[in-house]
Design a protein around this ligand. Structure first.
Ligand code: ADP
Ligand code: MG
Length: 287
């Protein structure tokens, strides 16, 4: 493409809130075969809300909120808000530790406590009743956070995040243009599949640890398949740089925005469709 055509293309997209960092990115977009999406904050609104609590509400929320005070994860924000609503004040904890893609750990009243996914369940006792409740909640597309204290699961917090209103249309438009759509998430398989079904995503890769996201992108790139990754989080940065086209949400963390070749200012996945259409126009014109 001529430099002028590229400039016209990138300027036109910028007007629509799709910032394309350079012309080379636009070329890559026109060759895309697969678009991979992060779930939380990308396909979904990213403002999860607590919907259910299993166990003693007061104790479960006190432990959970006290530990989550030091975390910036969207699930942590949901738990802290719920505790505030119920007038439960977070307490000081010792030896806080964030376990990437799994949860948080600390000492609460001198007892070891954790809040997070089922990956933290090794070495703790969970009742059959609690297990059944967890399954039921996941089937309702809710993310289950386990609350552990002193070697025992004392309760569950169910959290729900809904898809953005625009996600379904964006996915459908991409599929119409012959692209394959994939969800790549650290969340549980059941929850991921339920949300994928809602928006029409073709394939789900769930239970992925943050450091594994980039490897999954590489696998999808086999045989010269051009792949875009759309994400917003700190832990999405490696996948954004590995993909042929990294697309960051404008609402995302600075490191995600820096790693992306395209930024969607309006946090709306229809921006991916716009970038695609503009790249096709730009490159058809000069052929
Ligand atoms: P995603 O890929 O959907 O953005 P993450 O990789 O950030 O998800 O997290 C994966 C899973 O780890 C979450 O679904 C949750 O179960 C657990 N998790 C991570 N951080 C926390 C936290 N601060 N509190 C509770 N659970 C957490
Ligand atoms: Mg995310």
């Amino acid at each position: 493409a001529t430099p002028t055509a590229l400039m016209v293309g990138t300027a036109r997209s910028a007007k629509m809130g799709v910032l394309i960092k350079n012309g080379e990115v636009l070329q890559e977009v026109s060759d895309l075969k697969t678009v991979v999406f992060d779930k939380t904050g990308t396909i979904t609104v990213g403002k999860p809300q607590v919907t259910d609590i299993v166990g003693s509400e007061k104790q479960v929320l006190s432990v959970a909120a006290s530990l989550e005070e030091s975390s910036e994860h969207p699930l942590a924000t949901a738990i802290i808000k719920e505790a505030e609503k119920k007038n439960i004040k977070p307490e000081k904890v010792q030896e806080f530790e964030a376990i990437e893609g799994k949860g948080v750990k600390a000492n609460y009243h001198d007892q070891t406590a954790f809040v997070g996914s089922s990956r933290l369940l090794a070495d703790v006792n969970i009742s059959q009743e609690m297990n059944q409740q967890a399954n039921r909640l996941q089937e309702e597309a809710k993310t289950v956070v386990y609350v552990g204290l002193n070697g025992e699961i004392i309760g569950l917090v169910a959290i729900q995040d809904v898809p953005k209103a625009s996600s379904k249309e964006a996915i459908s438009e991409l599929k119409k243009r012959g692209l394959k759509t994939v969800m790549l998430t650290g969340d549980n398989e059941k929850v991921a599949q339920a949300i994928a079904n809602e928006v029409g995503i073709d394939q789900v890769i769930a239970g992925v640890l943050p450091n594994e996201k980039a490897e999954h992108i590489q696998k999808l790139q086999q045989n010269g398949n051009k792949v875009a990754f759309v994400g917003d989080g700190i832990n999405d940065a490696p996948a954004l740089s590995t993909a042929d086209v990294g697309i960051a949400m404008g609402s995302g963390t600075d490191i995600a925005i820096d790693s992306g070749g395209i930024v969607l200012v309006q946090n709306d996945l229809r921006g991916v469709v716009r970038a695609l259409d503009i790249s096709k126009k730009t490159f058809n014109r000069i052929k």
